[in-house]
Design a protein around this ligand. Structure first.
Ligand code: BG6
Length: 510
């Protein structure tokens, strides 16, 4: 498959981390697979005074460092790919400089015959989104009489409902909604898209996928690293803004949505929006009982010292920013009335793992309740987003021999067993989709605002009421113990996942 429409890609923030870690490796992969359109070029725009030659060298280094391509042939290919890349030093905060950008774009369009289609990727700090959008509009770069213009922005889309609204309004002053592509890289993950496929391409799940058969749903996104060198950003954000407002609420929407009428950007995004609109708002009291926040403290994991969050570079010494958050939420609609959704995310937990666990209700009459193993067993469907991507179904099976001893067994599928083992990186998929004008996996403005409406009351309450506890948890553990009490039901607890999908509830290597 090849992108049909010729185009120019302009990356703002070209000398930054996102460009070298994610964008260039993804673009290179797209190039290697011959997916780029016939007439295509990249213009990197940044503050640093590189020449195009120097920038091309950096592109090759980034590709070598951040992809698994070490062979000589790949080096040649990386150099050939870098030949498509140009660089323009520009202070985007100076409105006077945009005419230079306009001239450069015109020159590249003529040289590469890209036909006027242009994709602007803002890989910059969010403080520049409005400035750049303005600069593009004031120089009439946001539209073209005979071609399309699109803009991609990265999260964070604001830091509160108010700032997100302001950003949205501003962008929509410069571009139309259908020109704006807001990246949530979780939606670009193959396994996240598979949530929809699992649900809507299999007759067996849909009849069970509701309050009659599902007891609760659990979503975990755990990381086994601290904030590393992002303390400055993270201390102002925290886990709720960094992970829940976007990635985790999008995951909840995909798990809970109604079937879309068709696979199209608006049909799907209308359904995910309805889920967000149905999430019961958190009231003051619930914020204490249904939301648990934590912060990692110093510890030693496998003989290695891990800093306390407050000792990380860029972090305030008496910071009350959460590095862990667990929530219990309800979706007040016909399908999900009364079914709790538990979601949690945190830095410095024991494993890097993201998964959805659907817990089914037990049988109405427990024939085998005399069996100790089955006492608390529920059927579980585990949709593993990463790593060891796959699906696992847990159910009870008779132990061979006399009597009716029942034990839990796993039925599992691992992506690694597919003949086509290569799971494309999220950025590859998202870039290609945007080049083709497919907005399905990008978050729409209304959905972002709706997600802020869910987390804003929590953030406000935390700010207003410093007595709401923030629990310390030693780095390398599963977060504050108080989060375990969120889960209702006798002997119910979170699943404690391991690196491998099918190992849990027992010793495992993390
Ligand atoms: C980013 C967050 O959006 O997602 C990071 O800002 C987090 O703090 C990252 O580490 C996690 O993404 P992934 O794909 O590694 O699960």
């Amino acid at each position: 498959m090849k992108v049909k429409e010729d185009q120019l890609l302009v990356i703002f923030g070209a000398s930054g981390d996102l460009t070298s870690r994610k964008l260039m490796p993804a673009l290179f992969e797209i190039y290697r697979q011959h997916v780029l359109p016939s007439h295509f070029a990249i213009l990197g725009v940044g503050r640093k005074p590189y020449t195009t030659e120097k920038f091309r060298e950096k592109v090759v280094t980034a590709i070598t460092r951040h992809t698994s391509t070490h062979e000589n042939s790949d080096q040649h290919l990386a150099a050939a790919f870098a030949g498509l890349v140009h660089y323009l030093p520009l202070n985007t905060e100076n409105p006077e400089e945009y005419h230079v950008l306009a001239e450069k774009i015109q020159w590249l369009e003529d040289s590469y015959q890209t036909g006027g289609n242009c994709l602007f990727y803002l890989a910059t700090p969010p403080g520049l989104y409005e400035v750049i959008a303005n600069g593009l509009r004031n120089n009439e770069l946001q539209h073209h009489p005979k071609a399309w213009r699109r803009i991609i922005i990265e999260k964070p889309f604001g830091i509160s409902l108010k700032s997100a609204k302001a950003l949205n309004n501003h962008l929509l002053n410069c571009f139309n909604e259908d020109q704006v592509y807001r990246i949530d890289h979780y939606l670009g993950k193959e396994t996240v898209q598979n949530v929809m496929v699992t649900r809507f391409s299999n007759g067996i799940f849909e009849p069970l996928w509701n309050r009659n058969y599902i007891h609760h749903v659990e979503i975990t996104s755990a990381e086994n690293m601290g904030v590393e060198d992002r303390g400055g950003y993270y201390d102002k954000a925290g886990a709720l803004r960094d992970m829940v407002q976007n990635h985790l609420l999008q995951l909840v929407s995909l798990v809970a949505m109604e079937p879309p009428t068709q696979i199209s950007a608006d049909a799907i995004r209308n359904e995910t929006l309805k889920v967000l609109q149905s999430i019961r708002p958190f009231t003051g009291e619930e914020i204490t009982s249904h939301v648990i926040r934590g912060q990692y403290t110093a510890s030693t994991v496998r003989g290695v010292h891990c800093n306390a969050y407050r000792d990380e570079p860029g972090v305030n010494r008496d910071s009350r920013t959460e590095t862990y958050v667990a929530l219990k939420l309800y979706i007040d609609n016909w399908r999900w009335g009364g079914v709790p959704f538990y979601i949690r995310t945190g830095k410095y937990l024991p494993a890097k793992v993201t998964e959805v666990v659907v817990h089914f209700k037990p049988t109405p009459h427990r024939l085998f309740c005399f069996n100790e193993n089955v006492q608390n067993a529920d059927n579980q469907l585990v949709i593993r987003i990463q790593p060891d991507e796959g699906i696992l179904l847990k159910f009870g099976m008779k132990v061979p021999g006399a009597g009716f001893q029942v034990q839990d067994v796993n039925m599992d599928f691992h992506y690694a067993d597919l003949a086509q083992k290569n799971i494309p990186e999220a950025y590859q998929r998202l870039l290609v989709d945007c080049m083709q004008g497919d907005a399905t996996l990008f978050t729409r403005g209304d959905s972002i605002l709706q997600a802020w409406k869910i987390v804003d009351p929590i953030l406000n309450e935390w700010e207003k009421n410093p007595d709401i506890p923030i629990y310390g948890y030693p780095a390398g553990t599963w977060g504050p113990i108080q989060a375990d009490n969120l889960i209702d039901g006798p002997n119910m607890t979170w699943r404690f996942p391991c690196k491998n999908l099918s190992d849990d509830g027992k010793y495992c290597e993390l």
